[in-house]
Design a protein around this ligand. Structure first.
Ligand code: ARG
Length: 405
């Protein structure tokens, strides 16, 4: 009996070439697993049929949009997850879910090997392999694209030879899900030029974006968006609608020079209109309901989260502690934020919350204020005493240092 391998199959060029290669060069039986995480080409039936045609002995398809939005994207929101303060981790967040599903189906179908389509230069190989091994150490993970060491032209050659349909428009390397679209390669690699317009799909380039400001409201409960324009919606639908609306206003195009886990710097382009809008609103609401020290610690935790998700450490036990912290601190993040979207800008135009820490009678410079200013000098006397005293003691020394320079 042939050995069975479970392949994470997207229907694209890389993984289609892999189906053939795994059968012909490695003599494996291939089981193709295709997941719908909200990518545009999510016709699971058609993709499964293609896998069958290429010789897969079994095809498995699953719509995991609910799971992805509720268990992975939701964490991205609670954590204001932005790698290097910019990238909403769209690709990164989907990988642990895909790994989980792959492990589940490999176990159910007695496969000891899982194959994925990543190259040897990116982050995804790290995410898949750390996640799969963390869930089941006995599984073997292979990455044929990495092992074959074929470049794209060679792959196209091989595909033609084997009668594999080569998708057109495949100029860029694209990964999509409901939280965003990642675009790499081709002309984006030239950093002396801007991101070419043909890399845009979900976001209208600024010059072409709608000319009228769009005002919308997002209502958050426990830190998660539950209503758009006061209409209750499941998270995945709210995201889909915002991807369209905010994209039309030129929101969410992200051009960044990124530090990959493997040490490579790369030029990446992302389109994440909903993610950027939701996180911007979430942060604004947090600034109203969290204390200064809560915000400070949260920011640190947020960055730790983003760095770990980006680096493929979703299943590290530290992540469980972060989740507990984030759930607890987000319990206060309830309320509504109004945002004006215009030409790539997101401008807050109002916020309200039953947990608001803003007290106008205290902060106002107008009349009827309640803050007792007569207490301020005593506070300053105590608060500044150590700075003033330390400076006095060191004054002579400091002067010496300055002259020496
Ligand atoms: N650099 C991004 C990340 O590591 C996106 C990678 C997406 N892959 C692609 N084929 N474009 O999360």
């Amino acid at each position: 009996m042939k050995e069975k391998v479970l392949l994470l199959y997207s229907g694209g060029l890389d993984t289609s070439v892999m189906i053939k290669w795994l059968q012909e060069q490695q003599n494996f039986d291939v089981l193709a697993l295709t997941l719908d995480v909200g990518q545009e080409k999510n016709d699971l039936q058609r993709i499964a049929a293609k896998a069958k045609k290429l010789g897969a002995v079994k095809t498995i398809t699953e719509d995991v949009k609910d799971k992805f939005s509720e268990e992975f994207v939701a964490q991205g929101i609670l954590n204001d997850g932005l790698y290097l303060d910019k990238y909403p981790l769209s690709t990164s967040l989907a990988r642990p879910l895909m790994s989980m599903e792959a492990v589940k189906f490999a176990e159910q179908n007695d496969c000891n090997i899982i194959a994925h389509g990543s190259t040897g230069k990116g982050n995804d190989q790290v995410r898949f392999e750390v996640s799969i091994k963390a869930l089941n150490e006995d599984l073997t993970v292979i990455a044929p694209v990495r092992e074959m060491n074929m470049n794209r032209d060679e792959e196209v050659e091989y595909a033609k030879l084997k009668n594999i349909e080569v998708p057109n428009g495949g100029k860029y390397s694209v990964d999509e899900n409901l939280w965003g679209r990642s675009v790499e390669g081709s002309n984006i690699e030239f950093i002396n030029e801007g991101v070419p317009e043909d890399a845009y799909k979900w976001v209208l380039p600024i010059e072409k974006s709608v000319d009228k400001p769009v005002v919308l409201s997002v209502t958050y409960s426990g830190g998660l968006p539950v209503e758009l324009n006061e209409k209750q919606m499941p998270l995945k639908d709210l995201i889909a609608e915002l991807n369209y609306v905010a994209g039309q206003s030129g929101i969410g195009a992200i051009d960044m020079i990124e530090d990959r886990v493997v040490g490579i710097k790369s030029h990446e382009f992302y389109e994440c209109p909903a993610a950027i809008t939701i996180i911007t609103g979430h942060k604004y609401l947090e600034s109203l309901v969290l204390s200064k020290r809560e915000s400070q610690l949260k920011k640190f935790m947020d960055q730790q989260f983003a760095d770990m998700v980006y680096s493929g450490l979703w299943f590290d036990p530290l992540m469980d502690h972060i989740k507990v912290f984030q759930q607890s601190i987000n319990a206060a993040v309830n309320g509504m934020v109004k945002l004006k979207l215009y030409k790539g800008n997101i401008i807050p135009v109002g916020v309200e919350s039953t947990n608001s820490l803003y007290d106008m009678s205290v902060s106002t410079y107008g009349k009827n204020q309640t803050f007792d200013q007569s207490k301020a000098p005593g506070f300053i006397y105590v608060f500044g005493s150590q700075t003033i005293a330390t400076r006095k003691v060191r004054k002579k020394h400091l002067e010496e240092m300055i002259i020496k320079e």
